[in-house]
Design a binder for this molecule. Structure first.
Ligand SMILES: NC(=O)c1ccc[n+]([C@@H]2O[C@H](COP(=O)([O-])OP(=O)(O)OC[C@H]3O[C@@H](n4cnc5c(N)ncnc54)[C@H](OP(=O)(O)O)[C@@H]3O)[C@@H](O)[C@H]2O)c1
Length: 177
């Protein structure tokens, strides 16, 4: 996200958040323990690239690693419009049912993530999110797609933070009890 809280600017661009090798490696390690991604349709459309990136064998190890992490996770895509998934290990849900996600969490042996922001807002409103990971880039974009919704209030506890050489900062929060 940008310092002013957007995951994409008004033109839909987020090239200013392209991870360098250090950030990519860190994100890979964050995502490695994840068993299931809960994805809004728009986030899924962005991430499905990783199913079969062109020229993957010639890419740096950090890119190959992320592609393998993506392929190994289960995906649940929330959408009223998407007819069929274009990736393996993927199912589509037409509604976000908080009770179903609560049951999924209770039964899960590995972590579950939720994104992009519109879908994540529903999980936040339903009290389903235990932890938040934000990577803040040193850029102000002035508007666009908000990382965090307007109408949710949370009390959080800072668990960890990390500063990257390129100027980004990772913030890890836990829902305060
Ligand atoms: N900064 C970065 O590093 C970065 C990285 C990746 C992506 N991005 C940006 O983030 C965007 C994705 O985030 P987003 O917040 O715009 O979208 P999102 O939350 O990923 O997806 C929204 C879509 O999810 C579906 N959905 C949401 N709530 C639902 C519900 N209750 N029941 C059923 N379906 C539901 C709907 O799909 P339907 O319309 O099909 O019903 C809705 O249009 C991308 O487009 C990209 O621009 C930024």
């Amino acid at each position: 996200m940008s310092l002013d809280g957007y995951v994409a600017d008004r033109d839909g661009n987020f090239d200013w958040a392209a991870p360098d090798e250090e950030v990519h490696g860190f994100v890979n390690d964050l995502e490695r323990p994840v068993g299931t991604y809960l994805l809004g349709r728009r986030m899924y459309e962005t991430l499905q690239y990783w199913e079969d990136p062109p020229g993957l064998a010639d890419e740096p190890p950090v890119i190959q690693d992320f592609a393998a992490i993506w392929r190994s996770a289960d995906k649940v895509v929330y959408s009223k419009t998407l007819a069929n998934p274009s990736t393996a290990k993927t199912r589509i849900e037409r509604e976000f049912d908080p009770d179903a996600v609560r049951r999924m969490k209770a039964a899960a042996s590995r972590d579950i993530t939720v994104g992009g922001p519109h879908l994540a807002a529903e999980a936040m409103r339903a009290g389903l999110v235990d932890e938040y990971h934000l990577i803040v880039y040193p850029v102000v974009v002035g508007g666009g797609n908000r990382a965090l919704p307007d109408d949710v209030r949370l009390q959080l506890e800072l668990v960890d933070e990390r500063r990257f050489r390129g100027g980004a900062v990772h913030l890890h929060y836990r829902q305060s009890t």
